[in-house]
Design a protein around this ligand. Structure first.
Ligand code: BYC
Length: 330
């Protein structure tokens, strides 16, 4: 059906009204193509981040220091897979398939968060990822629960509940290590030194260098700018670092009573650009691993598709596998 100019004006006006009311845009609603494309970009990147984010922590599952830590880590990594699934499902409501998105990730046409291109070198990194990376994720994602696109906002509500649990487990792990030996405390500090700046980069480039922020804010996709969220994260992390007894590796970090916020130094934005372009320490390893897992899982997808197709056929049309009588219930 063709949409006339007047129809289009009316649809745009309705769309703008929904945004002005801070109401949700739903999959059945008309939306501008650029709004749809921006959502696909952001939700797909977010989903990819959850799935690629399983790798750095998954690296330690076989070497967890106790059965308890192993059970916690396994559950956390499985939660990340679940987050990926909610987000791919939200993206699918915009008319893209999960296969298509996975193919774009593997071929480097879609991004995932820069943070997951850094290696995990000690078990303290599991705690630091929980505390700082999940902490940054919470700062970024809580406002996304109010994003203008319904399926994305609803996925975020569930994800945020789990992320806040993840953050606490990371903090608890680090606190346990900080109460341990001198060597354990040193391990925590070394890990925090490596992850602090990459965690700040998770919020994206500074606002004046962020090409998407202004439009995404106008559409209500983003509710806060990159710099606002970075500031919130720094303010929330400082007292937590004090409680842990670790030093954040920023000589410029200081409370500014006038602003009511901490002043802090800038991450190395050249390093950020290199990592986003694919030149970080683990970019090739992460994508190669994802591709291998995807290739090795092909038979599972084929089997599941064949099984679903067989289930969809009337019972009498199904071939009887050996040992099973089909169509003649006992
Ligand atoms: N890494 O105009 P900008 C997690 C890209 S999962 C890589 O500011 P936007 C977790 C950006 O995409 C964490 N790329 O963009 C999981 C854009 O690219 P294009 C993931 C980045 O979208 C497992 C270009 O740079 N969270 O926490 O307005 C275990 C210009 O940037 C990054 C999300 O995805 C980056 N850090 O704002 C534990 C949250 N930053 O245009 C934890 C949802 C920017 O060339 N996403 N870029 O394609 C968002 O909130 C926004 O997309 C961002 C960026 C704030 C990240």
């Amino acid at each position: 059906m063709s949409v006339t100019a007047t129809d289009e004006d009316r649809l745009v006006a309705q769309f703008e009204e929904v945004l002005a009311r801070h109401d949700r845009v739903e999959p059945r609603d008309w939306m501008p193509e650029a709004y749809r494309a921006t959502l696909v970009r952001q939700i797909a990147q977010h989903a990819h981040s959850e799935i690629i984010g399983m790798q750095p922590e998954g690296n330690w599952i076989t070497r967890a220091p106790s059965l308890r830590r192993k059970a916690i880590l396994l559950a956390k990594v499985q939660d990340e897979a679940g987050h990926g699934l909610y987000l791919y499902s939200a993206a699918e409501t915009l008319g893209v398939s999960r296969d298509e998105l996975t193919e774009k990730l593997i071929s480097g046409r879609q991004k995932y968060s820069s943070i997951f291109n850094y290696p995990t070198l000690s078990y303290a990194d599991v705690g630091t990822i929980g505390w700082l990376v999940d902490g940054a994720a919470i700062a970024n994602q809580v406002p996304l629960c109010r994003t203008s696109y319904g399926p994305y906002g609803r996925a975020m509500i569930r994800i945020c509940k789990e992320e806040s649990f993840h953050q606490r487990q990371g903090f608890e792990l680090l606190m346990t290590m900080m109460r341990g030996t001198e060597a354990q405390r040193a391990m925590v500090q070394e890990s925090v030194d490596r992850f602090w700046w990459p965690a700040l980069m998770m919020f994206g480039p500074p606002d004046d260098e962020s090409p998407n922020t202004a439009q995404s804010m106008a559409w209500g996709i983003k509710r806060d700018t990159n710099d606002e969220l970075r500031q919130k994260f720094v303010d929330m992390s400082v007292p937590q670092a004090e409680a842990l007894g670790v030093t954040l590796p920023d000589p410029d970090l200081v409370w500014n009573a006038e602003r009511g916020h901490h002043d802090f130094g800038q991450p190395d934005w050249d390093e950020f650009a290199t990592v986003v372009r694919g030149g970080g320490p683990c970019n090739s390893q992460r994508i190669a691993h994802r591709k291998r897992a995807h290739d090795e899982g092909a038979w599972v997808r084929e089997a599941a598709t064949a099984f679903a197709a067989r289930r969809a056929r009337p019972t009498s049309d199904r071939p009887a596998p050996s040992g099973e009588t089909v169509g003649t219930p006992a």
